[in-house]
Design a protein. Structure first.
Length: 396
């Protein structure tokens, strides 16, 4: 089935945010029919998108015209989403648009379903509200709100956190929407990714336009630019993973594990991690090796390595693996993700990845740990630095 321009728009933005390994355009039911317009499956979260592009035609009576558009643009999407959710409950794997079995679906007992209807064509002449029906909460965006939200919350973690917080807010409070969902996003971000207390709240029109003009928001955007290099590293592995061109003894299962960990970092964390990575590379002299270990979200630890450009990738990967192995014992952190690359001046940059996510540290591990340390003495005299970061710069 051919897809229309609206579906292509949603798919393009969605794939950029969620990456192609975990997002699917026009996935299929087991019988080969279309399941929904766009589907995201990442760990325990499933996001079901339905897209409708319906022109708002004024034929006489305004309320009748508006109701007609809502039935076609919103109600039909909600029905498709509920139908897709019911079918997904009977499936074990995602089936893509070419009828190929893809990623496994999460265990039904652990799944979190997020429902999103995107309605094009109203030209902001029709109020759009969420639906908290008996079959589950549905987020309803128009094309403007969808573009703003996915541009601002362009990581899987940031986006899902917004969906969960917004669902709770709109389900438990009396919220009067005088603007679009992007104005609700402005409230959420300006309140440090939460919503205000109280039983009644009014979301004013064009609040988002006010928020994005604030110096703090402008400053955050500038600071976040470096974070998109983290996305570039992920995309380079995703591309190699997808087309089967992984090099340097990077094993596919390890790569996917590492990518899932990296993708879960929100935009702010990606900024912090990439600043550390870039600083390490910039401070690596010609012919030298340099390392930097950084704590990410929760218990994740990253080890960054910059090695001479003439070092064979197999040797580079071996050194990285040993250091990650020792780091696991030094910090007791799990998982450990190692990333290795070349110095700053090298064109055609390559990356290697090592992942340790085994929670067990038995006798066998400690015997090998002592063996490696008796020779290498890794991390025995680390140069420790502490930094404090704020998501929004101080503009006072």
């Amino acid at each position: 089935m051919a897809i229309n321009e609206s579906e292509k728009y949603v798919s393009k933005i969605g794939t950029k945010t969620f990456f192609s390994l975990w997002s699917f355009e026009n996935p299929r039911k087991p019988n080969g029919e279309e399941l929904c317009d766009f589907l995201v499956v990442f760990e325990n979260d499933i996001i079901i998108f339905s897209v409708k592009d319906i022109e708002y035609k004024k034929k006489g009576v305004e309320q009748i015209d508006m109701d007609r558009w809502k039935r076609k643009a919103i109600n039909s999407s909600v029905s498709q989403i509920y139908g897709a959710e019911r079918i997904i409950g009977q499936m074990t794997d995602v089936i893509d648009s070419e009828d190929h079995v893809q990623t496994p679906l999460p265990n039904p007992e652990c799944r979190r379903i997020h429902r999103i209807a995107i309605a094009f064509g109203s030209d902001r002449e029709i109020p759009i509200s969420v639906r908290n029906c008996s079959k589950g909460f549905v987020h309803i965006f128009d094309e403007i709100a969808f573009g703003v939200i996915l541009k601002e919350l362009d990581t899987i973690t940031d986006f899902i956190d917004f969906l969960l917080n917004t669902e709770h807010f709109l389900s438990t409070k009396k919220v009067i929407m005088l603007g679009g969902v992007e104005d609700l996003l402005g409230v959420y971000l300006w309140n440090d990714r939460t919503y205000p207390e109280g039983d009644v709240y009014i979301v004013i029109n064009d609040y988002w336009k006010e928020i994005i003009k604030k110096p703090e928001m402008i400053g955050k955007k500038k600071l976040n630019k470096v974070s998109y290099l983290w996305d570039d590293i992920i995309e380079s592995f995703v591309k190699s993973f997808s087309d089967g061109t992984i090099q340097g003894d990077n094993k596919l299962p390890d790569i996917e594990k590492g990518l899932r960990i990296m993708v879960k970092e929100n935009r702010f964390n990606r900024r912090i991690l990439m600043e550390a990575f870039r600083d390490m590379v910039q401070k690596t002299g010609e012919g030298m090796m340099n390392f930097r270990d950084v704590l990410g979200r929760r218990e994740v630890c990253y080890l960054f390595m910059c090695a001479p450009e003439d070092m064979k990738r197999e040797h580079r990967k071996e050194i990285l693996a040993k250091r990650c192995f020792v780091l696991r014992g030094k910090y007791g952190k799990n998982p450990i993700v190692g990333l290795a690359t070349e110095p700053l001046h090298v064109d055609g940059r390559s990356y290697d990845m090592v992942v340790y996510d085994d929670p067990e540290m038995g006798d066998e591990y400690w015997e090998k740990y002592k063996e490696i340390q008796s020779i290498s003495h890794f991390f025995e005299k680390p140069d420790i630095s502490k930094y404090h970061y704020e998501e929004y710069p101080d503009v006072g």
